[in-house]
Design a protein around this ligand. Structure first.
Ligand SMILES: [Zn+2]
Length: 355
């Protein structure tokens, strides 16, 4: 893709390494603001979590997911878009379409699929709109929101959104002026992360300092895809604070069964062999798997036929990690199990799985 530099040694786009640091804590930290972290996750896993949750709960969660994601994205866009740019768009000196295109273009580097602004109108009345086509979104429920949030932050007006299928794995997303639902206003809590310095070391590319393991992935920038070169598995960068906010909103609306349901969904995926470990030093291998994905710093792992104990110095998405530990144990030993987990001081996590 034009204008996007990649490392000649490992192929990772410069944007990824200049903006993010694989931190010794096991998190992927935003260099501009270290309280913000990202995970690098199999997109299938994200989608599976949401789908399974819906199945376990027996109700549609799309409205809550879209709305939480939209508010988080809007707050983010509001923060990162310079006021001068907003003014230029609002005064009509700059065409809003190309500006939105430039912003959603960043999603191509993060693995979000190919976004194309088709049309826009900005006259300051109720007929204004933005029309965007997306091909192969990592998740249409989560991914329909980004262009709308950019549009909303630029023009400074609340927008509604809708999307329709427009071909194989292709959707057209429309944003239009519409006040946000009152019920959701002002109650989104986004976690900001504090974490210890940590001792996690991933071998780094000598040229760009990205973890060398990222070289196993191919960035297809034109298509907005990040694929594992061997397995073809698709990856995506995503803010765990958004997922945690979604789980929080779901819990508020649907009750205390939510954390357990997230564990259960992740257990099912992992037990079915989604994360297969090669053997060898299991602790070392799992530490690498978790820290490459920015899920946290694994300190201790005990595993036997009776159970598994996992201790992390810091960790995001605790219920996902509890489900992952449980699924891993069950995949290795072929038995059912029970799981308990507790948060430790400073964002730590302790998971105990018993056969
Ligand atoms: Zn490199």
């Amino acid at each position: 893709m034009e204008g996007i530099e990649t490392c000649p040694r490992c192929g990772v786009p410069a944007y990824i390494t200049t903006e993010h640091l694989w931190h010794p804590s096991g998190f992927i930290v935003q260099r501009r603001d270290a309280r913000h972290i990202l995970i690098f996750m199999e997109s299938e896993n994200l989608d599976f979590l949401l789908r399974e949750l819906e199945g376990i709960l027996g109700v549609s969660i799309e409205r809550i997911v879209v709305d939480t994601r939209r508010r988080a994205a809007k707050a983010y866009m509001d923060r990162v878009i310079p006021e001068s740019l907003k003014e230029q768009v609002r005064s009509g000196n700059l065409d809003v379409g190309p500006v939105v295109q430039g912003m959603v273009g960043i999603g191509h580097v993060l693995g979000y699929g190919r976004f194309e602004v088709l049309d826009s109108r900005l006259e300051g009345d109720d007929q204004d709109y933005l029309l965007v086509r997306v091909h192969r979104p990592y998740s249409i429920t989560l991914g329909c929101v980004d262009p709308v949030a950019a549009f909303e932050a630029l023009v400074g007006r609340e927008m509604g959104l809708s999307y329709d299928a427009a071909g194989p794995d292709t959707y057209e997303i429309r944003a239009f002026p519409s006040p946000h639902p009152e019920e959701f206003k002002g109650r989104l809590t986004m976690r900001r992360y504090a974490y210890p310095e940590g001792n996690i070391q991933l071998e780094a590319c000598p040229r760009c300092e990205a973890p060398l393991l990222l070289g196993e992935y191919e960035w297809r920038l034109e298509e907005g895809l990040i694929l594992h070169r061997e397995t073809g598995r698709r990856m995506v960068f995503f803010a765990p604070s958004v997922l945690e906010a979604i789980f929080g909103e779901l819990e508020r609306e649907l009750g205390e069964a939510i954390p357990g349901s997230v564990v259960e969904a992740q257990r099912r995926l992992t037990r079915d062999g989604f994360y297969s470990l090669a053997g060898g030093d299991l602790t070392e291998e799992l530490r690498t798997v978790l820290s490459l994905r920015g899920l946290g710093g694994l300190q201790h792992l005990e595993l036997g036929p009776e159970g598994l104990l996992l201790e992390m110095e810091n960790a995001c998405l605790h219920p996902v990690l509890a489900g992952l530990a449980q699924g891993l144990f069950e995949a290795l030993h072929g038995v059912d199990s029970r799981v308990e987990w507790e948060a430790g001081e400073g964002g730590g996590l302790r998971v105990k799985v018993s056969a």
